[in-house]
Design a protein around this ligand. Structure first.
Ligand code: SOE
Length: 390
């Protein structure tokens, strides 16, 4: 694994538990973790359960003893690490968004397609696909229970940078993160809604905003931060704080999306609702064991939203966990992701979301950015598969 911060910890938890929960044809061994700071990565290895650590990711890629590379770094290093790992024949799991630019994502999708021919697997880490209620939502749509899909309504809201004194961390810098709320959390709802509906976003009209444009630099003087007693050193925020867009999905679906880090009080609120001719499903991450379902085919007198508790053994991923009614949480989506990746590698199938799916999301992010720059002008999104083949 490369990276040991928030996502590194979440993925480590998944690698630690996956073989204890699921009976899989292969075993994950947590061999080597990499980070640039020797002291911090040594501590992370110990805390998160890795056998060894290194400060050079090339060691992971070069090691004969390693089969899988898990990329949990900021977006500016995804392409370089993933491309090197695929070229070395390692299976690659890469965090979302796949890359910082369409060009990088295109190169990664092309390399993944080449590696695939040699049996090397790759997957982009859109973990919310693996929340059982979300997987169940997709099943309902695929089974035709919603009829013809007309609307998608998706929001992903956070509030961790509402305070203008919050420091200029890497997620607020375009060269490190690619974009702001759009790529960090908007990417999730773009992927999730395309996954659930099986439809692709074909065009967008967007607005984006950076509400606080200067922020204190993180750390003290040694990091370029404030000198004691002096005025705080600040730097420019170079990403969006919020992005709002309308979209069309193929098959005549109209959609709205909102991603913001300025939704005061909303800590990590992801909500999706899908309306079809025969019914509606709605998901709220703060109640992730549940799904709201309105079945318009029921007799009029019995109609109404029902709450499905997605904890039955019949529900996706749930049979390996606890008896019905015993709830799971955020971290389990990463365990499910690890399960699907290990199983795909061991049985020789291609896991989803692929790097081509990651490129598809990247093309939407890029279209949103361009639309916003052009005063919300309608912007088409090209299909990823055509561009990979091209
Ligand atoms: C931070 O905004 C973040 O951790 C995202 O990077 C994750 O992808 C999302 O799941 C939660 O919020």
């Amino acid at each position: 694994m490369v990276g040991y911060a928030f996502m590194g910890a979440a993925h480590s938890q998944a690698w630690r538990t996956v073989n204890r929960v699921y009976d899989l044809p292969a075993r994950a061994r947590m061999a080597l973790i990499c980070g640039r700071d020797a002291g911090k990565v040594a501590d992370a290895a110990d805390r998160l359960g890795w056998e060894a650590y290194t400060t050079d990711w090339r060691e992971l890629v070069a090691s004969d003893d390693i089969d899988v590379v898990d990329v949990c770094t900021p977006g500016d290093s995804h392409a370089e690490i993933a491309l090197a790992a695929l070229a070395a024949g390692k299976h690659v799991l890469c965090e979302k968004p796949l890359a910082n630019t369409v060009a990088q994502a295109r190169a990664m999708a092309a390399a993944a397609a080449t590696a695939q021919a040699a049996g090397v697997r790759s997957m982009c880490g859109f973990n919310y696909r693996r929340v059982p209620a979300v997987a169940m939502m997709r099943q309902l749509v695929a089974d035709g229970r919603l009829g013809v899909i007309r609307h998608v309504r998706a929001t992903y809201l956070q509030d961790w940078i509402v305070d203008p004194q919050y420091p200029l961390v890497w997620r607020l810098q375009r060269d490190r993160a690619g974009s702001g709320a759009l790529g960090d959390i908007g990417a999730h709802i773009i992927d999730l809604t395309q996954f659930v509906t099986g439809r692709r976003i074909t065009g967008v009209s967007a607005v984006t905003e950076t509400f606080v444009r200067q922020r204190p630099l993180p750390g003290g003087p040694a990091d370029g931060g404030a000198v004691a007693g002096g005025p705080p050193a600040t730097g420019a925020v170079t990403v969006d704080d919020a992005a709002v867009f309308v979209a069309r999905l193929d098959g005549g679906v109209l959609a709205t999306y909102e991603a913001s880090r300025f939704a005061t009080g909303r800590k990590n609120s992801l909500r999706v609702e899908i309306n079809g001719s025969l019914g509606t499903v709605a998901f709220d991450l703060e109640r992730l064991n549940e799904l709201e379902f309105y079945d318009a085919t029921r007799p009029a007198a019995e109609q109404g939203f029902s709450r499905i508790l997605v904890t039955e053994g019949e529900h996706p991923y749930m049979s390996a966990w606890w008896p019905p009614g015993h709830l799971i949480g955020y971290e389990h989506s990463f365990t499910h992701q690890a399960r699907d990746f290990v199983e795909a590698i061991a049985t020789g199938v291609d896991p989803a979301p692929s790097f081509a799916d990651g490129l598809q999301v990247q093309l939407v992010l890029d279209a949103v950015t361009r639309s916003a720059q052009l005063g919300s002008s309608w912007t088409e999104v090209e299909p990823a598969l055509a561009t990979v083949a091209a």
